[in-house]
Design a protein around this ligand. Structure first.
Ligand code: GTP
Ligand code: MG
Length: 149
């Protein structure tokens, strides 16, 4: 099964949206494989956002992301990388559709409360950066044949 890396950013934690965001993935039928609640240092965030290293907002972004606890998670299920991005909504909340996480809860690009991997390849890299193999739970969700045909 496909896996993706979803993270609730410090602004999402501060605004009390942790439960709501997790619930959307649970309700959809996706399976939680790993989760933490922890503040990470700037060096770790610089590694996470390494592909954006040449962008002018990179230092500010990494500083903000390390300013408080975040909720990094791994979710598993059919097409979860693409669907996770769709559930988050467009990067710029002003372009996110209502009904998406960003479209329901935020306004500013620099305070868009969540992160989602943009491809299976980045998902694998991000999962490896944020979690040790032993932190990925191997379990079956008792959904029977009610989520997948
Ligand atoms: P993520 O799921 O957070 O990775 O969003 P994304 O993949 O849709 O966007 P991208 O990876 O290009 O950018 C990562 C994050 O940097 C975004 O979620 C924004 O919070 C922030 N960001 C992106 N572009 C800008 C920008 O032009 N200005 C500022 N201030 N922040 C930006
Ligand atoms: Mg991205």
């Amino acid at each position: 099964q496909e896996r993706t890396f979803i993270m609730i950013k410090p602004d999402g934690v501060q605004r009390g949206l942790v439960g709501d965001i997790i619930q959307r993935f649970e309700k959809r039928g996706y399976k939680l494989v790993a989760m933490k609640f922890k503040q990470f240092d700037e060096a770790h965030l610089k590694q996470h956002y390494i592909d954006l290293a040449d962008k002018p907002f990179y230092p500010k972004l990494c500083k903000f992301m390390s300013s408080g606890p975040v909720v990094p998670m791994v979710w598993e299920g059919k097409d979860v990388v693409k669907m996770g991005r769709a559930m988050l909504g467009a990067t710029n909340p002003l372009q996110s559709n209502p009904g998406t996480i960003r479209g329901d809860f935020c306004i500013d690009l620099g305070r868009n409360i969540c992160h989602g991997s943009d491809s299976v390849d980045s998902a694998n890299k991000e999962i490896a950066l944020w979690f040790d193999k032993t932190e990925l739970a191997s379990w079956s969700m008792c959904t029977g044949d009610n989520v997948y045909e």
